[in-house]
Write a protein that binds this ligand. Structure first.
Ligand SMILES: Nc1ncnc2c1ncn2[C@@H]1O[C@H](COP(=O)(O)OP(=O)(O)O)[C@@H](O)[C@H]1O
Ligand SMILES: [Mg+2]
Length: 366
């Protein structure tokens, strides 16, 4: 539904020949019809540039963007000066913002009607559509109030209703829940999920919160310094040894012992009962197994468990037990040394994009 090839965006700061900033560096992205696709990354990674290039608010320096079969990059104009064809194509793309971007002088209903006014619909048609959408987002009783009278979560619901006004096939969301508290975040994510399922809408969302990916994404990509460094369905990522996104989505803690023992992370999906497997392992090979850490969670609607265990002896001595676990259909990753573990940035610490981040300025300076 959304495909980018070699998407590149270079900003030139200042009017003259200032330093160039490569915000996007050859991004190939493929979002399938009907899926919720999350792009995660630190502040300054290029996430907003990506989304602004996907709807051609920003003209890419190189590469192509195809949405619903139309090559947007082939159409003329950009931003507010977009040509007629580009404007029409863009009306099939809805956009939701972190700070809602509502007009304070207009009522909730008039905010939702705005895109329809621009498309030239009649007052009667606009009104009917706006009320229908406000009902969909659970704000049927707020049509006549002003944004200032709404909570953050309600404002975002209005933002979502407005994004849906033009009957888009695709919804783009740039940190739509970053300004909201955890409970409101959950309710907005629930709404996005409902819309995705009820309307068959494809959603490309940008976030720095792993929780968002866990809750609603079918697929995800990790963006770093203008590139996509990992991507796949959540299931594929979890099954990829060494995937940093998987580790961030599903961290297991547990101190790693020094030499003389082998530490492994075991991942299991759904019903596969680990406990019997671990005790079988212990009995079969007559070894003592220490459980260093364990966690269960739901990722992409599936139950996932992870356990970090320690086996006595160096890895060479544990080849057979590790093979045994793999034979049971478990995913097994050997945790090398304490250093390696510390070296893996737990992406859970991705900085809050709502704060002016030092990372952004540093990245910008490079
Ligand atoms: N309009 C712009 N002009 C110049 N540099 C920009 C502009 N927008 C973004 N950048 C730079 O591009 C890089 C990526 O920014 P952005 O896409 O906003 O990242 P993210 O959304 O992941 O925080 C940053 O270094 C940022 O400073
Ligand atoms: Mg951003």
């Amino acid at each position: 539904m959304i495909t980018t090839t070699g998407l590149t965006k270079v900003y030139r700061s200042g009017r003259s020949r200032g330093p160039e900033i490569t915000a996007l560096d050859g991004v190939d992205l493929h979002v399938r019809e009907g899926e919720v696709f999350g792009v995660v990354g630190r502040s300054g990674a290029g996430k907003s540039s990506l989304i602004r290039c996907v709807n051609l608010l920003e003209r890419p320096t190189a590469g192509t963007v195809t949405v619903d079969g139309t090559d947007l990059t082939a159409l003329a104009g950009r931003g507010r000066r977009a040509g007629k064809e580009l404007r029409r194509a863009r009306s099939s793309i809805g956009m939701v913002f972190q700070h809602f971007n509502l007009l304070s002088s207009r009522t909730v209903q008039d905010n939702v009607e705005l895109p329809l006014e621009i498309l030239g619909h009649s007052a009667q048609k606009r009104s009917a559509r706006a009320l229908e959408l406000l009902d969909l987002v659970g704000l049927a009783d707020k049509a006549k109030v002003y944004p200032a009278q709404l909570s953050g979560g309600q404002k975002q619901r209005v933002g979502i209703a407005r994004a849906l006004a033009g009957n888009p096939k695709v919804l783009l969301s740039d940190e739509a829940t970053s300004a909201l508290d955890p409970e409101t975040t959950r309710s907005i994510l629930g709404l996005l999920r409902d819309i995705n399922q009820q309307l068959g809408l494809t959603i490309l969302l940008i976030t720095h919160e792993m929780e968002v990916v866990k809750t609603i994404c079918d697929s995800a990509a990790l963006m770093e310094r203008g590139r996509i460094t990992e991507s796949g369905t959540v299931g594929e990522l979890l099954a990829t040894p060494g995937s940093r996104l998987a580790r961030a989505l599903f961290p297991v803690d547990g101190a790693v012992a020094g030499p003389g023992s082998t530490v492994i992370d075991v991942t299991f999906h759904g019903e596969s009962a680990t406990q019997p497997v671990i005790s079988q392992l212990s009995r079969t090979y007559n070894i003592d197994i220490s459980i260093l850490g364990a966690a269960m969670d739901t990722v992409g609607g599936r139950q996932i468990g992870r356990m970090r265990i320690e086996l006595p002896g160096a890895f060479e001595e544990n080849v057979v037990p590790v093979g045994f676990l793999r034979e049971q259909g478990l995913q097994v990753e050997v945790v090398e040394t304490a250093e390696t573990v510390a070296g893996v940035p737990p992406t859970a610490d991705l900085p809050d994009a709502t704060e002016p981040s030092a990372a952004l300025t540093e990245e910008g300076a490079k």
